[in-house]
Design a binder for this molecule. Structure first.
Ligand SMILES: Cc1cc2nc3c(=O)[nH]c(=O)nc-3n(C[C@H](O)[C@H](O)[C@H](O)COP(=O)(O)OP(=O)(O)OC[C@H]3O[C@@H](n4cnc5c(N)ncnc54)[C@H](O)[C@@H]3O)c2cc1C
Length: 387
């Protein structure tokens, strides 16, 4: 597919939730012709491979604010875009297996509450009311926020794809971004597998491949892709409203409205994308054991399918948003770890504001790549990169 034009107001690399949302915000603001390129197909990246969890319980205020704004956007999504994303606010329960984890959850709960969100600490007995059938003695308590929840990711991507195109955005699937054209030490264009195009702005929304694309642009970044596995079981009678996350090891699962359990657990993999995204028997065994130990009622439940995808990890667990000072015109929208779907609406609104040249919001400054270029400036670390 050849590109429709030879020049664009901005080019976005990656047609996942972040790239499409950014394109949508830009097009709504009336920005010049926008091109989104993706070498894969729609939902081939993390946006089509995730667990659909949406939470506002975070350790850092800046992440809580992104998450909170994003929850409002997900609540509006179906009426705004005409696609039902099945956003269900069934809450998130974090489980503590011991007193240390409980203290950790309590300190996070204090931050969440101070941001105006009514999270609650739960006793072991109260956890049992939300997670029916939990093994006796498996937890000492937990934390809970009722307005957290889950979405069905695919219609969110479809809705944004349609909405962006209806606003005139060109989305070129099967088109690889090969590198940048740099003139006078700033971005002047992009080289793609379908030809070159002039543009003053390129947004790196390449998800787990963001480091690869930054490197193609000649920029070293600390992002590291890591493979994570997830599975869906056969349906079972609905018994679980919230998403459940265990604080000690990040085991997470929720039950869909069809009754399937969907969840994951991190097992070690060599970092990087070179080995592709195969599922491993090791994950199936570890996940089955963890689930059945915690919820004996799940013994004997069959696994329907398992799949994997990449997190895009950063050293401090926070995303990277905004223009790279080393190369004016190169804008980051990446580094979301395993939580980019839930943070996409608010993050991409901020990225679009940067592209539009609007005043930089404090939150964008906090997420700037600057913090890694001068290590003394790394101010916060997100410690709830779980699930
Ligand atoms: C197993 C798993 C579970 C997860 N669970 C959750 C969850 O519960 N909640 C949550 O919020 N997040 C979750 N995530 C993370 C979430 O899926 C991602 O953070 C999010 O989807 C990232 O969106 P994105 O648009 O940045 O990237 P992606 O959706 O990965 O899109 C990036 C796109 O860039 C394209 N691309 C890359 N390089 C190039 C190039 N050079 N040229 C052209 N195109 C290129 C790729 O083809 C890809 O389509 C999970 C991830 C995984 C793997």
């Amino acid at each position: 597919m050849t590109l429709a034009r030879s020049d664009y107001g901005a080019v976005i690399v990656g047609a996942g939730i972040v790239g499409l949302f950014t394109a949508y915000h830009l097009a709504r603001a009336g920005a010049g012709p926008i091109l989104v390129v993706d070498r894969g197909f729609l939902s081939s990246g993390g946006s089509g491979r995730n667990g659909g969890g949406v939470r506002q319980q975070w350790a850092t205020r800046s992440t809580i604010r992104l998450a909170r704004e994003s929850v409002s956007a997900f609540r509006r999504f179906s009426s705004e875009f005409g696609y039902n994303i099945w956003f269900r606010q069934g809450g998130y329960v974090f489980l503590a297996e011991g007193p240390g984890e409980l203290e950790r959850l309590r300190s996070i709960h204090d931050v969440v509450r101070s941001e105006g969100l009514p999270s609650r600490m739960l006793s072991a007995e109260e956890v049992g009311r939300y997670v029916d059938g939990i093994a006796p003695g498996a937890v000492v308590g937990g934390s809970y926020l009722a307005s957290d929840g889950t979405v069905y990711p695919f219609p969110a991507v479809w809705g944004l794809f349609e909405a962006a195109r209806a606003l005139g955005v060109e989305v070129a699937l099967g088109t690889e971004a090969l590198g940048l054209i740099v003139r006078d030490a700033r971005v002047a264009g992009i080289a793609t597998s379908e030809g070159n195009a002039a543009t003053p702005v390129v947004v790196n929304a390449a998800g787990g491949w963001s480091a690869e694309f930054s490197q193609r642009a000649g920029l070293a970044v600390p992002n590291v892709p890591s493979r994570h596995e997830i599975l869906a079981t056969e349906p079972t009678k609905p018994f679980l409203d919230p998403m459940v996350v265990r604080a000690s090891d990040g085991l997470y699962f929720s039950q869909t409205m069809r009754g399937e359990l969907v969840g994951g657990l991190s097992v070690p993999h060599v970092p990087g994308t070179a080995r592709g995204v195969p599922s491993s028997p090791r994950f199936l065994t570890a996940m089955a054991r963890a689930l059945v130990d915690l919820l004996p009622r799940l013994a004997g439940l069959g696994v329907l399918r398992a799949w994997t995808g990449y997190y895009d990890d950063t050293p401090d667990g926070l995303p990277v948003l905004g223009e790279d000072p080393r190369l004016p015109g190169f804008v980051h929208a990446n580094g979301f770890g395993g939580h980019g779907f839930m943070l996409a609406p608010a993050s991409s609104r901020r990225v679009a504001a940067v592209v539009l040249g609007e005043p930089i919001e404090p939150a964008v400054r906090e997420f700037s790549i600057d913090r890694f270029l001068s290590p003394a400036r790394t101010a916060h670390t997100e410690t709830l990169q779980l699930g």
